[in-house]
Design a protein around this ligand. Structure first.
Ligand code: UD1
Length: 418
């Protein structure tokens, strides 16, 4: 297997500004949703990252024609194959999101059971139950899910948990169903609102996205559209963490601060000095932060995707912090690596107890998943000496120009692939 490492020499102050890309977690869903359109869809400024490339491959394998034009992605969504095969799907969990659009528009879909990040057991039962409620038949056939329907029928769906993926799959499917669908206890993430706005531009009739009750009046057809996805709140949070760990002043541009409202509040509780403007956040230089307690919850709570990043920040804070991971079972893989750098962290079930230390040290460590991997690089920026992060490819699934962006603000980082 090829070697993919990031070398970080810590201790450098960061400066200047960084431009955040559009959100991976929005773009992947918009790409899946484009399958619902009858004609061309244009997605402006998608991040050109590994997961987006995988989604391009997946849509192409279904028959879509995709090309980059300027700084956007043109998708001509004609489909002549209804099977999303294991090789692609197993590499990216978001692949499951082609299921709803395919069955809604073409009446059939065969999608391999998904893979994705190593962050615990990630079920899709709610996606499937919801599709059944919309009238689809859903069967398992040796590692594949096969869904069929003549035309989906609007239904009342009460999600037992506000799953982001299930809300998205069902929202997309319901757009072409006959009659009205209500999704109760829907996820309220900004990416859901972005998806609903995109679908409405295509001619869908969705109300209430961003609240826990979404109503969808089914339509017969959806047309193409052009859309600029929302900025990536997780990438923004990653660079805020980098500034805090290195005690730097940094301007984070292309952000919707409201999407990070709760995160900013928690960081301020830890002593961060943050200045919010319309589309940017300025992180001011601070002395050592204080320990705080953080618990992940569905939006508008603290995002699970920023949990590894805040852990890195809190490793350097004064006093004790407790992080509670409520969304995923196995999302502390980065903690052992931080411990190798000198952090003091005890894991107890879904809690991580962090005793702040004044220093971390550069050592060889391994990225285990996307956000956890990024949290190690960010921790390394504040560590003494050189850190080598192995299996860095995880990080490039979700961060566009990560190394280049860090370098521009003064970090001493290099990627080596051999
Ligand atoms: C989740 C995150 C999302 C993040 C993404 C990538 C939440 C609520 N969701 O979205 O913010 O960007 O990971 O890291 O924070 N579940 C079921 N059955 C299902 C679907 C989900 O039991 O059919 C459970 C999951 O196991 C999990 C919870 O619901 O415990 C939330 O999952 P879900 O929101 O669907 O995950 P993603 O869509 O991957």
């Amino acid at each position: 297997m090829e070697k993919d490492i990031i070398r970080v020499v810590g201790g450098k102050e960061l400066k200047g500004s960084v431009e955040i890309s559009q959100a991976k977690n929005s773009v992947l869903k918009l790409m899946a949703a484009s399958l619902l359109a009858d004609d061309e869809v244009f997605i402006e400024k998608p991040p050109f990252i590994y997961d987006v490339n995988l989604m391009i491959e997946l849509l192409k394998s279904l028959g879509a024609t995709i090309s980059t034009e300027g700084n956007g992605l043109k998708i001509i969504p004609q489909v002549n194959n209804f099977e999303a095969d294991y090789e692609l799907v197993s590499k990216m969990r978001a692949s499951i999101l082609v299921l709803g659009p395919l069955v809604a528009k073409y009446g059939r879909a065969k999608v391999a059971l998904p893979g994705g990040c190593n962050i615990g057991h990630r079920k899709i039962d709610l996606h499937l139950e919801g599709l059944k409620a919309l009238g689809a038949s859903v069967d398992y056939e040796s590692g594949y899910i096969v869904a069929k329907a003549d035309r989906l029928k609007g239904s009342y769906i009460h999600l037992p948990i506000p799953s982001v993926g299930a809300t998205e799959n069902l929202l997309m499917a319901a757009c072409l169903a006959e009659g009205k669908t209500v999704i109760e206890n829907a996820a309220r993430e900004p990416e859901i609102v972005d998806l609903a706005n995109f679908l409405n531009k295509m001619g869908a009739r969705i109300n209430g996205a961003g609240s826990s009750r979404i109503e969808i009046e089914g339509v017969k057809k959806l047309k193409g559209t052009s859309h600029l996805p929302i900025p990536d709140r997780i990438e923004a949070g990653t660079f805020i963490a980098a500034a805090l760990i290195t005690g730097s002043e940094l301007l984070i541009k292309n952000v919707v601060p409201e999407h990070l409202a709760y995160v900013l509040k928690k960081l301020e509780e830890a002593g961060a000095r943050l200045e919010v403007e319309k589309n940017s956040i300025r992180v001011h230089r601070t002395e050592r932060l204080r320990g705080i307690d953080v618990a992940t919850f569905p939006y508008p709570g603290f995002p699970t995707d920023l949990q590894p990043l805040v852990m890195s920040v809190l490793c350097f804070a004064e006093g004790i912090s407790v992080i509670t991971e409520n969304i995923f079972d196995n999302r502390f893989l980065h903690a052992d690596e931080l411990v190798r750098m000198g952090a003091k962290i005890e894991i107890n079930g879904k809690h991580a107890i962090i005793h702040g230390v004044s220093k971390l040290y550069g050592v060889p460590i391994r990225a285990m998943d996307l956000r956890g991997g990024a949290s190690l690089v960010i921790a390394a920026l504040g560590a003494e000496g050189e850190t080598i992060v192995y299996d860095a490819y995880h990080i490039f699934r979700g961060y566009e120009n990560f190394i280049e962006k860090l370098k521009v603000i003064g970090a001493n980082v290099e990627r080596e692939v051999s």
